[in-house]
Write a protein that binds this ligand. Structure first.
Ligand code: C2G
Length: 129
């Protein structure tokens, strides 16, 4: 069984998130998604509209997703890859090159982002703070 992992905040879930999860799953048989906790988003400097337990519930409900774990630090990826026996690590190409250190442990794939949509854009359009 080929296992894939990807990481993200998935705030205000939108079609860009759906596309990356769909395409990540297409690279294997089992998709693990690490959803950034609220505490980790503070470290990332990201203010979330939706709390982590709701973002987890939404991602868990996506048919391409087989398992959800919490992302609490930048450093946990290597441990996650080992613990979950991951074959492929996937991220959108806004992260191109940033996780090449993981090539020692698994395949690393950066997929093109979905144009024209982002959580930031949604917040601006809805005038959310
Ligand atoms: N994404 C995409 N197209 C968009 C928006 C997002 O393909 N229009 C992808 C991103 O490239 C990322 C995933 O969706 O792979 C999740 O995006 P975010 O929720 O913004 O995640 P991010 O804040 O980049 O967190 O350790 C890694 C971080 O947790 C990634």
């Amino acid at each position: 069984m080929k296992k894939v992992i990807t990481y993200g905040t998935f705030d205000l879930f939108h079609v860009g998130h759906l596309n990356i999860l769909k395409r990540a799953k297409a690279l294997g048989d089992y998709l693990v998604v690490a959803v950034s906790s609220d505490q980790f988003n503070k470290i990332k400097g990201k203010k979330c509209a939706i709390p982590d337990y709701e973002r987890v519930a939404i991602v868990e409900a996506i048919k391409y997703v087989d398992e959800v774990i919490l992302e609490n630090s930048w450093e946990q990826k290597i441990e996650d890859i080992k613990t979950h026996h991951i074959d492929t690590f996937v991220m959108g190409n806004d992260w191109e090159g940033k996780f090449d250190n993981l090539k020692e442990y698994c395949d690393v794939v950066y997929l093109p982002r979905t144009d024209g949509i982002s959580t930031t854009q949604i917040k601006q359009e809805l005038k959310l703070k």
